[in-house]
Design a protein around this ligand. Structure first.
Ligand SMILES: *Cc1c(COP(=O)(O)O)cnc(C)c1O
Length: 402
């Protein structure tokens, strides 16, 4: 018998998982070992863009598993080339580097940006400017760039040459960018930082500032990518094109894969031997990701995300008024965050627990924001049913805490 308590005896305690253990998933529903069903608004943290065990992804995974799992990077393979072609056709990019996670995609982006700065303007041009509150992954380079000191402190000297400015503050960036800046990195919507969208005009102004100073613009779209905002990538929504873009999370629909997208001229600063990873571009991950993109990159899914967005926003706005626990949602598409009102601040985790007890799974984004990142194709009836359960949880919570 396997139980939640086993986690504390077996696993390095970097997480504090929910009290139940999911054993099976289908679409936007999860079941525990006792057979109890819960509606899933977490989507594996913006990963399961097509829900759990989508039949076409299962089929692709089975087919590829019976064909070719892995070859070294001493060879290329057909799935990786198909996936790269699809990404190039659907975006600004001309070249793709594959890896296994968001942190690795950002690691590649930051290394490439520094290499380009070095090649073009010398060793002094190595500074990376990032936003406070940003999240870019957990490797030492990516936590150092990330704007949440809690994640980087206590791990020895951080990577040097990184500056932080407040998000959505153009003047602060203007005062910090210089000829030493090789890149500015931003999330179009800060995900972990509380579902904070870039203000209108901010990204365009940052683009112009970067161009004026010869700095590269990196968009970390690990959370906002692969249809999450209604466009394939959020930059397409904002109409601002980056030089480097990182993708992961939704890209494999639950199978680990990450990617760095860029133009040929910039990609050329990486040459054989300068960067790499054993599993990057492996056929199994790439076959699944190609199928994910073929399903997600369609007018049907785009329109569906817009409708579902409306459905969440209207009902959550009513709930915000009715219960006084949180503000109406912010965010784009199916990446939504409800900031908690003052007297509920710090209670995101306990509210997520109460919702789970009521049969609906939510995320927090920090201690003060409830986050929703469900499957892009979640059934509208399940959205209603899940929000109904959330209402029950809020009802109980507000009765207990008048
Ligand atoms: C999740 C996330 C990452 C890190 O991705 P991993 O796959 O966990 O390494 C990086 N950037 C953003 C914006 C993310 O949301």
């Amino acid at each position: 018998m396997i139980r939640r308590e086993d986690f504390d005896q077996l696993i390095v305690p970097t997480y504090n998982p929910s009290s139940f253990v999911p054993v099976r998933g289908l679409g936007s529903r999860l079941w525990d070992a006792e057979g109890r069903e819960r509606i899933d608004f977490t989507g594996g943290i913006a990963v399961n863009v097509l829900g759990h065990c989508h039949p076409q992804l299962v089929e692709t995974l089975r087919e590829q598993a019976a064909t070719l799992w892995h070859v070294s990077n001493g060879f290329t393979n057909q799935p990786v080339l198909r996936l790269a072609r699809r990404l190039v056709e659907a975006t600004f990019a001309e070249r793709v580097f594959f890896c296994n996670s968001g942190a690795e995609a950002n690691e590649a982006a930051f290394k490439l940006a520094r290499r380009i700065g070095f090649d073009r303007r010398g060793a002094e041009c190595h500074e990376i400017i990032a936003a406070s509150g940003s999240f870019h992954g957990r490797s030492l380079f990516t936590v150092s760039v990330g704007g949440q000191p809690a994640y980087s402190s206590g791990f020895g000297p951080a990577i040097a040459g990184i500056r932080h400015v407040p998000f959505n503050d153009l003047a602060a960036l203007q005062a910090t960018i210089s000829e030493h800046t090789c890149a500015v990195v931003l999330e179009p919507i800060q995900g972990e930082g509380g579902v904070l969208p870039a203000a209108p005009g901010y990204l365009q102004a940052v683009r112009e500032l970067c161009d004026r100073h010869g700095a590269l613009l990196i968009f970390d779209e690990v959370q906002t990518g692969v249809g999450r905002t209604g466009e394939l990538y959020a930059y397409q929504h904002y109409g601002v094109v980056p030089d480097l873009l990182t993708s992961a999370k939704g890209l494999g629909g639950g199978f680990p894969i990450g990617a760095l997208l860029t133009r040929a001229e910039l990609a050329a600063h990486f040459t054989p031997g300068t960067h790499g990873t054993t599993y990057g571009g492996n056929p199994l991950a790439c076959a699944v990701a190609e199928r994910v993109l073929s399903l997600v990159d369609s007018a049907e899914v785009r329109d569906g995300v817009a409708q579902r967005h409306q459905q969440f926003v209207s009902r959550l706005t009513l709930m915000a008024e009715r219960f006084g626990v949180f503000e109406p949602p912010r965010g784009l598409g199916l990446l939504l965050g409800c900031p908690l009102r003052d007297n509920w601040k710090g209670q995101a985790r306990s509210l997520v627990g109460a919702a789970s007890e009521a049969g609906v799974l939510l995320l927090q984004a920090g201690p003060d924001v409830l986050r929703f990142a469900p499957s892009l194709i979640i059934e509208p009836e399940l959205i209603d049913a899940g929000l109904q359960r959330l209402e029950q949880a809020l009802h109980r919570a507000t009765e207990a805490t008048p």
